[in-house]
Write a new protein. Structure first.
Length: 351
């Protein structure tokens, strides 16, 4: 097939823009020979269960799925009755970026809470954690955290434990949207288990696509008592892959060694390099801590669009001029320097 795109182009809109890591592509090729039983009864999915237990504990059970939206909907659906509601941040992916999938596919009610730095706290959760037993109100029975958050910040172990204890005391379960879980682990210098299983999280949507997979995520049940029906829900929600070995093989390649950590550390480091490069540019205001692979900044009117003509990225808040820049496992130092130079040139022209 003829290559249809400029392989030298780099964007900063999303880590989803990156291709697949070569080690992941090799894993797909290695899994391709011969026949394997379909729908998860294959050697690679069996191996994935072992690998996930190594990372999350012996009680963990993984359910490979196609994408992050599916993982989030399935996770929450398996924890809640039909009258259940989920407390989440107002900028959570399940609230802003998954259309109405949690509500329409999952049948869930979301209770969003405004957060200044992307993080929920026990006090913020309590603004929506009320009304139990009231037939007029959807029952708050789960809390969903995003790690790392949509604002590029990372919950500490203590922050997560405070939330899980608070939620469990009130009869609520805790879900973690881990689309960038690897970036959070790299930033914190912690194992996955330390800030999930050991901190009291009940179920995790484990992300792979943003860290070098072609496609594929996994629902990882950490407390078997907190979730039920996933074997059936995965099929109902169209997330059961017939050739599951190709999802599982990618996740095994990511997690069996240190590929997940190498890739996440690199993208995080590139975000730090980008922040350092633009902080000294007069008129650029960094708006959020850079604790994973995202940088948030405010640019003067018009500058973002001119830079975007060379390097694509997204507005975060059009009203304030805040933009988001994402780094990926394959972002290079040269990419960062070229991007920062473009911002510097356009800022000088605007001045």
């Amino acid at each position: 097939m003829t290559v249809l795109h400029d392989t030298g182009y780099r964007g900063f809109a999303s880590d989803n823009y990156a291709g697949a890591h070569p080690e992941v592509l090799q894993a797909i090729a290695d899994a391709n020979g011969g026949h394997q039983v379909s729908y998860g009864e294959d050697a690679y999915t069996a191996r994935l269960q072992q690998v996930m237990k190594q990372h999350f504990g012996d009680q963990a059970e993984a359910f490979p799925v196609f994408n992050g939206t599916g993982a989030n909907v399935l996770s929450l659906q398996s924890m809640l009755p039909r009258w259940g509601a989920v407390i989440c941040s107002a900028n959570a992916h399940i609230h802003l970026d998954e259309n109405a999938a949690p509500e329409r596919v999952g049948g869930l009610k979301l209770l969003p809470v405004a957060v200044p730095d992307g993080k929920l706290t026990p006090a913020l959760i309590d603004t929506e954690a009320w009304g139990w037993g009231d037939a007029h109100r959807a029952q708050p029975l789960a809390v969903s955290l995003t790690q790392s958050t949509e604002l590029g910040t990372a919950y500490t172990v203590d922050e997560i434990r405070a939330i899980t204890e608070h939620a469990h005391e009130r009869g609520m379960r805790v879900h973690m949207d881990g689309a960038r879980l690897s970036n959070a682990a790299a930033s914190l210098g912690k194992s996955f288990r330390e800030f999930t299983t050991d901190a009291g999280v009940d179920i995790v949507s484990f992300g792979g696509t943003k860290n070098g997979l072609v496609f594929g995520e996994a629902v990882v049940v950490l407390d078997p008592e907190a979730s039920e029906g996933l074997h059936f829900l995965r099929k109902i929600d169209m997330q059961l892959a017939s050739k599951m070995r190709f999802v599982s093989a990618q996740l095994v390649a990511l997690l069996e060694g240190d590929l997940w950590l190498r890739s996440a550390q690199h993208s995080n480091a590139m975000a730090q390099r980008l922040r350092a490069a633009v902080e000294g540019i007069d008129g650029v205001a960094i708006t959020q801590p850079t604790e994973a692979n995202a940088v948030f900044a405010i640019l003067p009117a018009g500058v973002a669009d001119r830079v975007r003509a060379q390097f694509r990225f997204y507005d975060w808040d059009v009203a304030t001029g805040e933009v988001r820049w994402m780094c990926a496992f394959d972002t290079t130092e040269a990419d960062i320097d070229a991007f920062a130079d473009a911002i510097r040139r356009e800022m000088a022209a605007a001045a």
